[in-house]
Design a protein. Structure first.
Length: 150
């Protein structure tokens, strides 16, 4: 496993993780509505008790609902982990801007020129610093596995 690449992917797809939670909430609401008991109407029921033209597949819907909830919970857990690691690497003295640099570069997709102006570093220094910060992020995220790779 390339821990640096994996750490960069966590940051690159951070925004998409939030989008997936919104989508999961939509799907959970939709499936909850579909599986909820409906008002029974004699007109829409046939002899078997199944609505004519649209069989009810409640067990599959309940399973799908459960899977969406698990996926949402796992995604929230990963976002919390990234947030925690970002705050940890920024706690040391002299490292207060580390979170901002990673966030601007990977999540907001700002150019190094723009970031250098924001944090008041030279662009060359910022490239070296970003390389060190992503290593720290990877070690904080993956532990000893990343440490061995760095």
């Amino acid at each position: 496993m390339n821990c640096i690449r994996e750490a960069e992917n966590y940051l690159r797809y951070y925004r998409e993780l939030y989008q997936s939670i919104k989508h999961a909430n939509y799907m959970i609401a939709k499936l909850s509505w579909q599986t909820a008991p409906k008002e029974i109407s004699a007109v829409s029921m046939d002899v078997t008790g199944i609505r004519a033209g649209k069989p009810c597949n409640t067990l599959n819907q309940m399973y799908e609902l459960q899977m969406w909830k698990k996926m949402k919970d796992a995604t929230i857990e990963e976002i919390d982990k990234v947030e925690s690691v970002l705050s940890i690497i920024s706690q040391n003295e002299g490292c207060e801007r580390y979170r901002d640099i990673l966030f601007m570069y990977y999540v907001e997709k700002k150019s190094m020129t723009y970031i250098a102006e924001e944090v008041q570093y030279t662009e060359r220094h910022l490239w070296r610093l970003k390389k060190e910060i992503i290593k720290k992020f990877a070690v904080a995220l993956f532990g000893v596995t990343a440490l061995q790779a760095v």
